[in-house]
Structures are given as C-alpha cells and as structure tokens.
Design a protein. Structure first.
Length: 676
C-alpha cells in the first residue's frame, strides 16, 4: 500500500513538473501579440468598428490583463470618438480549480471604463449599425448553410449514437467583481426636449460571491448621477446572504443614499419567489434642495426651508400580490422668506396603503398662527383618476405669507406680450365627483397686511388643471361672497364678487392701507378720506386676467357700487376749499342718502362713471348735489372732474363771497329755476 502511494505521488509530481514546463513555454509557441491581433480582427469583423488594444498580458497562474481597449464610434458621430473605452480589464482565475472542472474567477475588474449611448430623433441608437451587421452576418451564415444542405446525400447506415462528451468546465464561479472610476453617458434626442443622463466616478465592488453560502456578499457603490442639470450623489453599502438548500436570501441595506435621502433596512426572500421587508428613509428638505441646478437655486435665494423627514415602508410580496403600508413623518419644519419666518413648528404624518388610499394631517404655525390640515386621497396610484379631499382650519389665516410661497412667473427678454383673451366662462357641469383636488378652508378670521377679515369659508376644487372656488367672508358687519375660475396652464382667470351691507368706514380704511403708494411721505386725497367715509356698501363686480403676476396692475373688470345712509366727515380738502371760497358747508360733514357709481378697471387704472352723492330723493335734502367722472389708479394717482349744485341757502354765501372778494355783484345767472 505504501509502495502504491509512493508511485502515485511520484507520478503526480512528474505531471505537475511537466505542466509547469509546458506552461512556461506557451508564450513561445502562442504569443500574446498574436492573441491580441486575433481579438482585434474578430471584433472589428463582427462590429464593423475600429478597435484598439494597447497591450495584452497573460500569466498562466494569474490570468489576463487587457490594457487600453477602445471601440470607436460610427463615422457619422466622428470616427475618432470612443464608443466604448476601458483603460484596463483584469481577469484573474484559480488555475488549480480547473483540474476539478471549475473556472473560478477570483477577480474581474474594469478600470476607467467609458460608454456613450445616444438615441437619435428617429429612435435609432449609436450602436444600431452593430446590431444590423450582426443580423446580416447571421443571415449570410444561415443562407450558406442552407445551400450546403441542398446537395444530394448518399444513404448511409445510421452511425451508432455517440456518448455525450462531458464539458471540460462544469461550473463558472466569480468571487469578486469591481469597477473603478467608471463614466457612462446617455442622451435621448427622440423627444421634443432632449434628455441627458451621465454617471460620473462610478465605483463598484462585489465580494465574497464564492462564499455566499457561509458569508454575506458585500456590495459597495458610489457615483454621481447628472440628470440634465441636476447633480445627484449616490452611494450604497449592502450585504446579501443566500441559502440554496432553503431557497432563501436576505439583503441587509446598511446605507443607500441618493440626493440627500438615506435609506436602511432589510429584505427577506423565501422560496426564491416571495419577499417581505422594511425600509426606513430619513432626510431633510435642505439637503434635498442641494441637488437643484444653479438657475433654480438662484430663484430660491430668498427662501430657506428645513423639515426633518422620515419614511417607513413595510411590504410583502406573496403569490404574485403586493401589500404594503407607507408612513411619512415630518417634524421640526421651518420656512423663511427674505429672513422673515413664515412657517414654523411644521409637522405631520401621512399613511399610504396598497389600496391606493391616503390619510394624513399637518399642523404648523403660519406667521405665528395655528393651521391644521387634514387630507384624504383615493386612487392615488393613477393621477388621471385620483381624488384628494383637504380640510384646512385656522383661527387666523395669514394670506400674505401664503401668497409669498408661490413663485411669480417671469417673462424673458424678447418674449411676446400675451394677447388679451376672451373671459373664461365658468363651467356649469357638475364636477364634485371628478378626479382632482377638493379643498375646504375654514378660518375664524383671515388677514392680509393690515386688513383683517372675519369668519371665512371657501370651497376650492382643482380639476383638469383648472381651479374652481366659491367663498363667503363675514366682515365689516356684512358679507363678501364670490366665485372664481383659474386655468393654471394659461393663467387665465375670472372672479365675481358681491358685497352686501358692509360698513364702509372700516372697509375703506383697510383698502387705503394696502393700496400701493409711490411716495410714502406725501399725502393725497385718499389719505384725506381715511377715517372720514361712513355708510353701508353694496357692490357687484366681475374681474378677469391673463397672468398671475401683479394682479392689481394686470386685472380687468367692471362693476357698480351703492353706499346708503352715510356721510363724509370734515376733510382737509373740504376745509381748504371753504377757506379759499367762503363755502363754509364744505368744511363740515356732508351727510347723504346715496353715493353710487359704476367703474371699469384696466391696467391698474379705475375709471369711475356716473358718480353721484345725493341727500333726499333727488338730492334736494342736502347742501350740495355732487356729480363726478374721472379715474384713479392702484398707486393712488387721481384725476376727477366734479360738478356740484349748491342749495339756495348755501348759494347765498357763495354770492356774497364773489361780491366781496371778486367785485362781482350779480351771480344769479348761475342759478336754475329752483334756486340751485
């Protein structure tokens, strides 16, 4: 027995020694340069592309290393450009595993690889010519084989079936895969707006593949994804384990980061067909905004947002069906605009399930005032069929700060001026059940700058890119009711508003306080009217516009107003006229039964027609009848032509003033038959 073992050992040693001697002489009778040229010739013939290889190194015990590989582009893209490029391709294998019929690749690595894929307007790719040539070669080969098969064959006795040969390599096992500093580009010109996707500094390694049954596979990835102008950092660290006997696997995600969002969790696979897992993602809005391109970042320079976000996803995939529950939590939210804190203490939660349902709530302080939002959604997985219902409540709602959150649409230099369009007609069809967003706003009061309005209820629907709303505001001891339709895409809108029994004194004071003023120090007629006008206001009005930018200067509209049972208190203007012309009643308050008029508004200018102030049925009950026509602007410019009829009792003062100061003894020609 010992003698047999010695003989066997000696034979094996001799075989190994002979194999080593033969391996050492391989480069002499089969040089790598010849192999390199064969590879180049075969690839060029198959692809029709120019191929370059700087060098090919081969070591029987270690493996191959191919350096400086490149395949050039099609001539139409520039034949000198690279379609594929790789500085180094390394393949290391275990020589002795070959004796057992297994090819064990201990390392497969690409160093500085580069690939560029282009999709043209007609849908072709920059590699379509390669696919076409491969197809043509296949057809030629099939044709040649067909012709050879047409030769008559002599009948022969069927040969006995040969036993199938066992392939020399039974298994191929890869233990390590790596990519260093990869760069990949994809450009799609087939769509109206071209899309560009670039992956820079792509580094990837996957280890312990051969030991996956006893040790988890380590996967590491890091790169930068540039989508059009968005620059998104990506990184991942994951471990995966496999149990072939139980047909199970686990994926443990230590960290997966993309665009400022960090995810971790675990996924379990059973029977190689069912799976369940839990993934947790955390981020902050500030980190997510860092991926914005410079032009968008510049537009947000006056804003600063910070919200802690956590998303927890639990899912199960079994028998081809997916069930899941997704929870989104938000905390510690703040939003500032031009260093003014607009939103603070922002927090909330949303739950989404596999039945495409949504439920959630948000609480925050808007300009220091509490706001509560409750939302429900259905069919949210299908935008065309989804319905969202949102309820907003606040004891005091800050409109001014809410408007500051909406970006203004800017017109670029040279952009044509938007033509006037016909007023948008309110659609009368029933839309309450149509897919869209339905919002109910309830506030005990709302305010804009210095203006405070009482209890407000608004119903808002966003359907097919159009916003419909009806609102009712209890304010100034009366009410304001209205409706609006806005087209978000075209920015066309209409607004109808009615005012009923509103106390004019507070309304006009608030209106004057928010009207723009070119010179804050200079007083004008509107300033003189503040805290001077009283009465009950009723008004009907309609407005329309074609842009959301600076609505006070771009809106068009018309309407009529009527103020009853009011008075104009003593004004500086009236006292000034009284001192100059001796008309003493102008320095006193002027009571009236009716103050009315019609207006037309366009480009920030308000034209007022048929303006009148009367006391009594025809104005005879007061000291003066006033008629006027003119205009004012939203920036307080004023131009009015006023006509007055003075009562006989007050006219006597005017006659005496003219006689005394202007030496005009008879002004009776100015009176009508009733003495006015």
């Amino acid at each position: 027995m010992k003698t047999a073992l010695k003989i066997t050992g000696t034979i094996l040693l001799v075989m190994v020694f002979v194999f080593i001697i033969a391996a050492a002489t391989i480069p002499r009778w089969f040089p790598v340069d010849k192999v390199k040229n064969i590879i180049i010739g075969q690839v060029e013939e198959k692809t029709g592309r120019k191929v370059l290889i700087k060098s090919l190194e081969f070591n029987l015990f270690k493996g191959f290393e191919l350096k400086g590989f490149s395949m050039k582009e099609n001539a139409r893209y520039g034949a000198k450009k690279d379609f594929i490029r790789d500085d180094s391709i390394v393949l290391k294998y275990n020589l002795f595993a070959l004796f057992a019929g297994e090819l064990v690749i201990e390392k497969f690595e690409l160093v500085d690889p580069y690939v560029q894929i282009i999709k043209e307007e007609n849908g072709d790719y920059n590699f379509s010519d390669i696919l076409k040539k491969l197809a043509e070669d296949k057809e030629k080969a099939a044709g040649a084989k067909g012709k050879a098969g047409t030769r008559p064959k002599e009948e022969k006795t069927p040969a006995p079936a040969r036993p199938k040969k066992t392939p020399p390599i039974k298994n191929i096992i890869i233990t390590s895969i790596g990519v260093k500093n990869g760069n990949f580009e994809y450009a799609d010109h087939s769509k109206p707006k071209s899309m560009s996707l670039k992956i820079r500094n792509f580094n990837f390694d996957m280890e312990n593949l051969a030991l996956s049954l006893v040790k988890p596979i380590g996967i590491n990835l890091k790169c930068v994804v540039i989508y059009n102008d968005y620059k998104i950092p990506v990184s991942m660290k994951t471990a995966a384990g496999v149990n072939l006997s139980k047909k199970s696997a686990t994926i443990d995600i230590a960290s997966f980061s993309i665009g400022g969002m960090d995810t971790n969790g675990k996924i379990s696979i059973t029977g190689f067909k069912d799976a369940k897992g839990s993934l947790t993602t955390v981020s902050n809005v500030r980190k997510m905004l860092e991926v914005l391109p410079p032009d968008l970042s510049a537009k947000l320079k006056d804003t600063n947002a910070s919200i802690d976000i956590m998303n927890i996803l639990n899912f199960t995939y079994k028998d081809g069906k997916v069930t899941f529950n997704d929870v989104l939590k938000m905390e510690n939210g703040e939003f500032t605009y031009k260093n003014n804190k607009v939103v603070e203490k922002f927090g909330g939660r949303f739950d989404v399930n596999n039945k495409a349902g949504l439920a959630g709530n948000i609480n925050f302080l808007l300009a220091g005032n509490e706001v509560k939002i409750k939302a429900e959604g259905s069919n949210i997985d299908s935008p065309a069929d989804s319905i969202y219902r949102v309820n907003i409540y606040s004891p005091k709602f800050a409109i001014e700060y809410l408007l500051a959150m909406f970006p203004q649409k800017e017109k670029k230099a040279g952009q044509p001026v938007t033509k006037k369009t016909a007023p948008v007609k309110t659609e009368k069809k029933k839309i309450s059940g149509a897919p869209g967003i339905y919002l109910e706003l309830k506030a005990d009061s709302i305010f804009y700058r210095d203006v405070t309005i009482g209890k407000t209820i608004a119903s808002i629907r966003f359907v097919n890119a159009k916003l419909y709303s009806e609102f009712s505001m209890m304010c100034y001891d009366g009410s304001i009711n209205g409706s609006a339709v806005m087209d978000i895409n075209t920015e066309n809108y209409t607004l109808a508003a009615g005012i009923k029994s509103v106390k004019l004194h507070d309304l006009i004071d608030d209106a004057i306080s928010v009207i723009p003023k070119k010179d804050a120090k200079k007083k004008n007629v509107l300033d003189d009217l503040k805290d001077k006008v009283y009465g009950n206001l009723n008004m009907d009005s309609k407005f329309r516009g074609s842009t959301f930018k600076e609505p006070a200067l771009t809106v068009n509209g018309e309407g009529g107003f009527k103020i009853s049972d009011g008075k104009i208190a003593s004004t500086e203007t009236g006292r000034d006229i009284a001192s100059k012309f001796g008309i003493t009643f102008l320095s006193k308050e002027i009571p009236f039964d009716i103050m009315a008029g019609n207006f037309i508004m366009s480009k920030g200018r308000i034209n007022i027609k048929d303006f009148k102030v009367h006391k009594g049925p025809n104005g005879e009950g007061g000291s003066v009848k006033i008629r006027a026509n003119g205009w004012t602007t939203v920036d307080r410019a004023l131009d009015f032509k006023v006509e007055t009829d003075i009562s006989p009792s007050e006219a006597k003062q005017v006659e005496e003033y003219f006689a005394r100061n202007l030496n005009i003894r008879d002004v009776s020609y100015a009176y009508n038959k009733d003495g006015w």
